[in-house]
Write a protein that binds this ligand. Structure first.
Ligand code: BG6
Length: 479
């Protein structure tokens, strides 16, 4: 395992690049709301972590701290700023230089084509709610495959579900709709077709390398054995997990999943139907997917819902603020035995095991699996004396998830790597600069990077190639 397992870190362009007006970039879904809409604007994305200019510093740190691969995304709005024919040569040159630099520091790029950042010209035309945009995304992907032939690992879309959910259900991504279940399913379904089309192009164009997807994968468990609690977890898993995993891995939805989805849609007199003309492409993509990426952060416990819907998103890190009760669907409840982060995210590594076992045993997926995101978000300050952050909770969190990955590998499951979210501190979409995930602390005023204790610990894990706790890594986790 030592040489094969990829120890990686993850980023997303809009969250780290900054420099929104550089090199002819076009606006994306976030620009206007974050920069102009005072009711939404909680932070300014213009600076971010200045990755656009400082990438070499970050790749150098990666090389020094045992990071072998990095997930990064290319923003569609930099490559095609205003329409599908408007190619931005400056941006293309920028990314070639950046990939060259990754090569210099021996970092394998794992490149995502879409990470929560549709261009404004696509959003003005209804983003993925509009099927016409599928072909535009396919054109963009094909352009990138042809242009960036130095890339070996491609990912289509980051978390199709979260992007759709947060736009239509949770009021967290523009256009900030609440509880629009059908809107969400329609957008999500079109993204699955867009992903499938891109996999097809990749294979038909005989592109060198592999293609996969980083899929939103957080689990829901019933809080008790009551019928109501079990039904709530069945419904929410069907919509939040199986609705994407089934087509991605098997090429078709099961009747049980469709029934549960339609049970929820019935509340608003709507119905989801698969379009016959899409069946072939979804099947093709599932058979040709090279790897599955799992973005796993938490498992929530659920129960039978209350009659009045209430959705409160914790965007401040004020513990206990989250409320998720959707009438006729499910209610998120706190399990007193499970620790949570300041943002109410339950720390439950066991959920990762349950999910991966299902993927392997039930969906019979035997190709490469990567954990493409997993991480611990926290409010952190730099200790001026030691110039570091003693982020023991993060180390503990990663170690617990490493233990699960290790056990699964020993059972013969093909997990090939783990990407920590995130490489350096960046801003978080709905939380701004307050929620830090990085191995490297970023002083957002000076843009200087400081390795946290977790970075030292990480280096030891990567150098040894041993996922479970060793005497050496235990020492670093407590120093
Ligand atoms: C994932 C996204 O959903 O979770 C990332 O792919 C995101 O872009 C990460 O930042 C953590 O979420 P949050 O809301 O804490 O930033």
């Amino acid at each position: 395992m030592k040489n094969k397992f990829l120890f990686g870190t993850a980023t997303a362009a809009f969250q780290c690049e900054g420099n929104l007006n550089s090199n002819g970039r076009g606006k994306c879904i976030w620009d206007d709301v974050l920069l102009n809409d005072e009711s939404v604007a909680k932070y300014n994305p213009e600076t971010a972590s200045n990755f656009y200019n400082l990438y070499e510093i970050d790749f150098k740190l990666a090389n020094e701290y045992g990071i072998k691969s990095m997930r990064i995304s290319i923003p569609w709005s930099r490559i095609f700023p205003s329409n599908e024919n408007d190619i931005n040569k400056n941006a293309i040159e920028h990314y070639h230089k950046m990939f060259e630099c990754m090569k210099k520091y021996k970092i394998i790029p794992n490149v995502t084509l879409h990470h929560f950042d549709s261009p404004k010209w696509i959003v003005d035309n209804d983003d993925f709610s509009n099927r016409d945009n599928i072909v535009k995304f396919k054109k963009y992907a094909e352009f990138c495959f042809r242009e960036f032939d130095e890339i070996e690992m491609w990912g289509t879309i980051n978390e199709m579900f979260a992007y759709s959910h947060d736009k239509f259900l949770k009021k967290a991504i523009p256009p900030f709709h609440e509880n629009d279940m059908y809107g969400m399913i329609n957008h999500f379904y079109n993204m699955i077709i867009a992903h499938s089309e891109v996999v097809k192009s990749f294979k038909e164009m005989k592109i060198f390398g592999t293609i996969g997807i980083a899929n939103w994968s957080n689990l829901f468990l019933p809080i008790s054995n009551t019928k109501g609690s079990i039904l709530a977890s069945d419904k929410v898993n069907a919509m939040y997990n199986w609705f994407s995993l089934e087509p991605l891995l098997t090429g078709m939805w099961t009747n049980k999943t469709l029934m549960l989805i339609n049970d929820v849609l019935k509340l608003t007199n709507q119905k989801f139907e698969i379009r016959k003309e899409d069946i072939k492409i979804v099947k093709f993509a599932s058979e040709n997917l090279d790897w599955l990426g799992i973005n796993y952060y938490n498992t929530n416990h659920v129960d039978e819902p209350e009659p009045v819907t209430e959705i409160v998103h914790n965007s401040t890190g004020e513990k206990g603020k989250t409320k998720m009760n959707i009438s006729g669907f499910f209610k998120q409840v706190k399990n007193p035995f499970v620790k949570t982060t300041e943002w109410d995210w339950p720390i439950f590594p066991e959920g990762l095991k349950i999910l991966i076992k299902k993927i392997s045993d039930e969906y019979k997926f035997k190709k490469d699996i990567y954990i493409t995101e997993n991480g611990y978000g926290n409010k952190e300050t730099l200790d001026p004396k030691t110039q570091t952050v003693k982020d023991y909770s993060r180390i503990e969190y990663i170690q617990q998830h490493f233990n699960i990955v290790d056990a699964l590998i020993k059972q013969g499951i093909n997990i090939c790597g783990y990407y920590l979210w995130s490489h350096m501190d960046m801003f978080s979409w709905t939380n701004g600069y307050n929620k830090r995930y990085g191995l490297f602390y970023v002083d957002f005023d000076t843009q200087k990077r400081y390795p946290k204790q977790s970075a030292l610990w990480w280096k030891e894990k990567s150098d040894s190639g041993i996922l479970i706790e060793t005497d050496k890594s235990k020492k670093l986790a407590n120093e």
